[in-house]
Design a protein around this ligand. Structure first.
Ligand code: PLP
Length: 435
């Protein structure tokens, strides 16, 4: 057993140092845990070690990006072989072509791709492309769903019982976002076809596109219903609007992403995380007719798109190696480890008499400490007692050598085998027993 925070004196010291030069002691709010985050030293396979020498099963995997865990030999070899030849050029390289071809081959809806440096940028470019293509301003998004830190995509992230009012008329927005953004974003509840239809009836002619993550983590990590997505495509298209899938996370659900699993073809897809093999990355892909808005050879002014490190060959080579190593068999493996964990956690919750559910698909799952039906963001908005349980669960897992996201998300990696899943389950059982 580790004992957070007492077994982590070096992390505590590092955090004290970091607080002086970084607000909150770090550069990503998401990695903060109270009283201080655990500093990573190194990773190998599905494990990471902190700077105090404590070892953990990594069930965050850099917020789902590290689908192969750490030190995959093909990814390492790809990066090492690129390094002596240069890491970024003001010119295209074959590496971006190779990765674009792989994505086009895997994703049925994607005919052309443009790369970026983060999922945030991938979403931003998708939104801009939808606007440029339709000549319309508004975006519809799912309340509470996270799509990175582009102003328009952040709308409703601050949604809480104190401010949510009647959907979809009133939506909150993140601090620092200009209020004008609210004119062009409409938040709707997840999996609610009638609410979507009502929004299109009222605003259809001004809507450029609907942005949806088919299994939105912050809206509960429950899958979109197939008939909801099917209706979404019909409703949007009949109004002349586009459907944008945010597959920054959900690409890790299957060989052809969530769109392959659901059998839905969006007009545009935002990508990130796993396609960079552990390096910063983002992308937007979609129908060639829509992607043409970026094409400078078509006469009209193209949608501006740059980025000094966009499509740098280290990221592209790492991403290509990581994606090639993700075969249909990898997804079968991840699905079976995920199913084992979801079942085991569900049993543990019942064994300890806790009101709770383990939801998700494939290599992703989340624990909610509520027995009420999970339908959307509002249904999983945690009350004080759930927050307390989530916090105890997260810390109980740290003590037992499992690193998960503080808000209850777990993301698995391909090096995990059944025995690892059993050890994670035993830690989960111990942490739940201690709540
Ligand atoms: N979209 C989704 C669904 C995400 O989960 C994230 C990040 O967690 C993003 C977009 C933004 O990606 P990035 O953090 O690479 O900017």
């Amino acid at each position: 057993m580790h004992h957070y925070p007492d077994s982590m004196p070096k992390s505590r010291e590092m955090y004290e140092r970091a607080r002086k030069v970084m607000p909150g002691g770090n550069t990503r709010t998401t990695v903060f845990i109270d009283p201080f985050p655990i500093y990573a030293d190194r990773g190998e396979g599905c494990h990471i070690w902190d700077i105090d020498g404590n070892v953990y099963y990594d069930c965050i995997n850099n917020f789902t990006a590290m689908i192969h865990g750490y030190g995959h030999p093909d990814v390492t070899a790809a990066v090492v072989s690129q390094m002596p030849h240069g890491t970024a050029f003001g010119a295209p390289t074959e590496s971006e072509l190779d990765l674009a071809e792989l994505l086009v081959e895997r994703l049925p809806s994607v005919e052309q791709v443009r790369f970026a440096n983060s999922g945030t940028e991938g979403v931003m470019m998708a939104i801009k492309a939808a606007r440029a293509f339709t000549g319309r301003p508004k975006i519809v998004k799912i309340e509470g769903a996270y799509h990175g830190s582009y102003d328009f995509a952040e709308v409703s992230l601050d949604s809480s019982p104190a401010n949510w009012g009647d959907m979809p008329a009133s939506t909150a927005y993140a601090k620092g976002t200009p209020a004008g953004v609210l004119n062009d974003v409409i938040a709707v509840p997840f999996n609610d076809t009638e609410a979507l239809r009502a929004v299109f009836d009222a605003h259809g002619k001004t809507i450029a596109g609907v942005l949806i993550d088919p299994m939105p983590n912050r809206a509960g990590l429950i899958p979109a219903q197939k008939n909801y997505l099917g209706a979404m495509v019909k409703i949007a298209h009949s109004a002349g609007s586009l459907v944008i899938f945010d597959e920054v996370i959900s690409l890790r659900l299957g060989y052809s992403g969530a769109q392959g699993l659901w059998g839905i073809e969006p007009d545009l897809t935002a990508l990130g995380k796993i396609i960079g093999g552990g390096f910063p990355v983002g992308a937007v892909g979609g129908r060639a007719e829509v992607m043409a808005v970026f094409d400078p050879t078509r006469g009209k002014p193209a949608l501006p798109h740059a980025g000094t490190f966009t499509a740098n060959p280290v990221t592209m080579r790492a991403g290509l190696a990581a994606m090639r190593a993700l075969t249909p068999a990898s997804f079968e493996h991840l699905d079976s480890i995920g199913a084992l964990l979801r079942k085991g956690i569900t049993n543990s919750l019942a064994r300890h008499g806790l009101n709770g559910q383990c939801v998700g698909l494939g290599s992703l799952f989340k624990v909610h400490f509520t027995a009420l039906p999970i339908t959307d963001y509002r249904s999983v908005y945690p009350g004080a007692s759930e927050r307390k349980k989530l916090n105890l669960f997260h810390k109980g897992l740290l003590d037992r050598g499992v690193l998960s996201a503080s808000y209850g998300l777990f993301a698995l990696s391909t090096p995990m085998i059944e025995n690892d899943a059993r050890e994670i389950l035993s830690a989960v059982d111990g942490a739940l027993a201690a709540i």
